[in-house]
Design a protein. Structure first.
Length: 256
């Protein structure tokens, strides 16, 4: 059994790789930080007696994403699980935030995820088996003033996953796709995004355990806690204008 995990060098991605290794999956670990990937390789191979294939790369490279799929297909024929976890955010007024950083964010959070999902999904549909887990956020269910680009990328991930899932259902396919929608998690995200969360940050280990368990149970949307699920319910009930108003002041408090 083989699982490919992007953003595997730290945070949720690293802990999802650990959870899957614990279940006997060999891991293809993808991230930019080769040193941290190699540390993870040593840890997982020693602890769980599985194989870890390290793939250091920056997912903003579209051709690199296609090559990753091509090489994986040649080497392993197919993967059993694809986890699209890589992503980052930024915070500030839309007119002030750095355009290049936002374009890199779109390439990572949306384009890379889209490419990998499409290419690996085609292979899974042919063999009529496999799981895909796309990592979004509770942010994907509401407008996000002062984090406009990040919230928008996560909305894309949620809707893409839901849409593909319905297509698979109508095709009576055995391929499964789920979307993880956590709230604040104790990872490197806040450092990269230049924010400080006001809500308690969940443990990435606990979020990863929940994600893997519910993915294997074929849940559509996976929330990291009851509190985050309630946030999604409120996002459905409240008008978008009210949500945007409250989100603005919540985000404003995060800016460091």
């Amino acid at each position: 059994m083989i699982a490919l995990v992007t953003g595997a060098s730290s945070g949720i991605g690293r802990d999802i790789a650990r959870e899957l290794a614990k279940r006997g999956y060999n891991i293809i670990a993808v991230a930019r930080n080769e040193d941290e990937l190699n540390q993870l390789k040593i840890e997982l191979e020693e602890k769980y007696k599985i194989n870890v294939d390290v793939k250091p790369m920056n997912l903003i490279d579209r051709e690199g994403c296609k090559k990753l799929h091509e090489e994986t297909l040649k080497q392993y024929d197919n993967v059993d699980i694809l986890v699209n976890n890589a992503g980052f955010g930024t915070c500030g007024k839309f007119t002030d935030t750095n355009l290049e950083k936002e374009l890199d964010m779109i390439d990572t959070n949306i384009v890379a995820l889209h490419i990998l999902t499409k290419l690996f999904l085609k292979d899974m549909v042919k063999s009529d088996k496999g799981h895909i887990l796309n990592v979004a956020s509770i942010a994907g269910f509401m407008p996000g003033p002062l984090m406009a680009t990040y919230y928008s990328t996560k909305a894309y991930v949620v809707r893409l996953t839901q849409s593909i899932r319905q297509e698979l259902f109508m095709q009576k396919s055995n391929v499964k796709i789920s979307c993880l929608c956590p709230g604040p998690v104790k990872t490197n995200f806040s450092k990269v995004a230049d924010v400080k969360f006001n809500l308690p940050e969940a443990s990435s280990t606990r979020v990863a355990k929940t994600a893997v368990r519910k993915m294997l149970k074929n849940r559509t949307l996976i929330f990291s806690s009851l509190f985050i699920w309630i946030g999604r319910v409120l996002a459905k009930i409240l008008p978008d204008q009210i949500l945007a108003f409250f989100c603005y002041f919540a985000q404003k408090r995060k800016i460091q």
